[in-house]
Design a protein around this ligand. Structure first.
Ligand code: ATP
Length: 503
């Protein structure tokens, strides 16, 4: 729920994970900065992905293409002509809205009415309540469901046929008002391109308009031949990349879920035409397994198949995650056919093919891609790991149960007292660990408070150095989730931590 999201946003800010961008100037809408722990978590997610995708696959290699690309790239990819959202402006408030979102929100309100009706009945009938049957028979629910179906059908048709006049009519007929001013005085619906543009070179030289890439994928497509040839790659093979992408999202909201500047982790897998469905299924499974390996809970993931396919795809689905605002897209898996490579062949006049020595012929490979938003994965982890716990003694703690391999700080070394040589001993341990993991030293405040601080940033292990340490070389190691403490030798601590957090 929204309350949950608010708590996570404020925790992220308070503990150095995510700050509003340029906050001293009151921030810039829908842009965020990653703080000292956020940057570490982000880096760890990126590395975890890279390792699984590139290092673990003999036939996948990684590249790092530039954000600026030749402008024709975006003509070929279809982004200049088709990367649009239908927008409508309110004449009174002068605010601009995505027409599809206005309708979506209207539908959500009707859905809420149904939910209310169902909740009321559930209360009335108690244990005997059959929700499915109730929904199929209750006249008020049926009527509302019919309304929803009719709106969705008409909206879908309008978008497909680019019938913006009817879309405007639909908004008017539904009585949708500007959420800010309440006014229903709308302009026409117009298409609005999501790409940011800028100018390359000085205006006097006849500057050319270029775009900030709205996806990283095209950097891979234009390098297909470079990589295939220099890497002597044979089909099937993949090219992976992580990097920034930019979209002028009109309604950017829900924290780092939808931003104007974000990071993608994409992999394009080039296959022999006709085998793409097999690979599509294969990558669906592999990507879901990657998510499962992090232990955020199977029930928090689901596939959502696309029924309306984009112009370039012959099959597509999303992996959705149960965010605080409900199930939403986290990753996309698309079978993109030979659409992109063929388009680049056409626009560049260069052949982008593969010579199949078995078949003794050349062809344009098909592509299956997996595309995940790094910031969305960050939000999935942060929201999933945030817990407020009441302990046995009645006190509370806030803890981030981040998967250990991804935690920004793996261990904190804490001298029990700031005297008697304990700080020096603690630093010795720190200096041993810092070569393999990110560690932190904390000598301030009572030990209990220091534990709480580490819980709040999600540090899996706290190592406490006391007088006994000086005598027998043992320390106390406290585990974050169970809060269990045990006494072990320093050597054991080092290897236990190194093993537990190994990517
Ligand atoms: P949405 O429907 O949520 O706008 P999309 O279908 O346009 O997303 P893709 O073009 O498939 O997204 O991009 C792949 C991934 O990039 C998405 O699954 C998402 O994780 C991430 N992504 C896309 N747009 C944004 C954004 N504005 N902010 C953060 N991440 C994004």
């Amino acid at each position: 729920d929204q309350n949950e999201l608010k708590k996570i946003i404020s925790h992220a800010k308070e503990y150095g994970y995510v700050f509003p961008s340029s906050e001293i100037y009151d921030g810039l809408s829908a842009t965020y900065d990653y703080g000292q722990y956020g940057a570490e978590l982000k880096k760890n997610i990126r590395e975890y992905w890279w390792k699984a995708m590139v290092q673990m696959h003999e036939n996948i290699v990684g590249i790092d293409a530039s954000i600026f690309m030749h402008p024709t790239t975006w003509k070929a990819s279809g982004h200049v002509d088709a990367f649009n959202d239908p927008m409508i402006d309110n004449k009174d408030s002068k605010k601009r809205y995505r027409a599809d979102v206005l309708i979506e929100e209207h539908v959500a309100k009707i859905e809420a009415k149904i939910d209310k009706e169902v909740a009321k009945a559930a209360k009335r009938f108690g244990d005997d309540f059959d929700e499915a049957q109730f929904k199929e028979t209750n006249p008020r629910v049926l009527q509302n469901q019919e309304k929803i179906d009719a709106i969705n059908e008409r909206f879908k048709k309008d978008i497909e046929e680019e019938n913006f006049e009817d879309l405007k009519l639909l908004i008017e007929e539904l009585g949708i008002a500007d959420p800010v001013s309440g006014s229903k005085n709308w302009t026409e619906v117009r298409q609005f391109n999501l790409m940011f543009s800028t100018e390359l070179g000085s205006v006097a030289d006849g500057a050319s308009k270029i775009y900030l890439r709205p996806e990283t994928a095209q950097g891979i497509f234009v390098n297909y031949l470079n990589v295939q040839k220099t890497g002597r790659m044979k089909l099937p093979f993949g090219i992976a990349q992580t990097g920034k992408a930019f979209r002028n999202e009109i309604i950017a909201r829900q924290f780092i879920f939808r931003m104007r500047e974000f990071e993608q982790m994409e992999m394009q897998f080039f296959v022999k035409p006709g085998t793409e469905m097999e690979w599509y299924e294969n990558w669906k499974e592999k990507r879901m397994n990657w998510h499962r390996s992090l232990g955020l809970g199977e029930e928090n993931y689901r596939f959502h198949d696309h029924l309306n396919l984009a112009h370039y795809a012959n099959a597509a689905c999303d992996i959705e995650f149960n965010f605080p605002m409900g199930f939403k897209e986290l990753e996309g898996i698309h079978s993109r056919t030979d659409f992109d490579l063929k388009a680049h062949e056409e626009y560049s006049g260069k052949k982008l093919q593969f010579f199949d020595s078995e078949e003794e012929k050349s062809y344009v490979p098909y592509v299956v891609e997996t595309s995940i938003g790094l910031d969305r994965m960050f939000l999935a982890i942060l929201s999933n790991s945030y817990e407020e716990e009441t302990l046995e003694d009645g006190s509370t703690r806030t803890v981030l149960k981040i998967p250990k391999v991804l935690a920004p700080v793996k261990a904190a070394v804490l001298p029990l007292l700031n005297k008697d040589g304990l700080p020096e001993k603690a630093r010795e341990i720190l200096n041993e660990l810092k070569f393999s993991v990110n560690v932190q030293y904390d000598g301030k405040d009572a030990i209990g408070r220091r534990y709480r601080r580490q819980d709040a940033i999600g540090t899996p292990y706290c190592i406490t150095v006391d007088h006994q340490t000086l005598e027998d070389g043992t320390v106390t190691i406290r585990e974050r989730d169970s809060m269990e403490q045990k006494r072990v030798s320093i050597q054991e601590v080092v290897s236990e931590i190194e093993n537990a957090v190994d990517l």
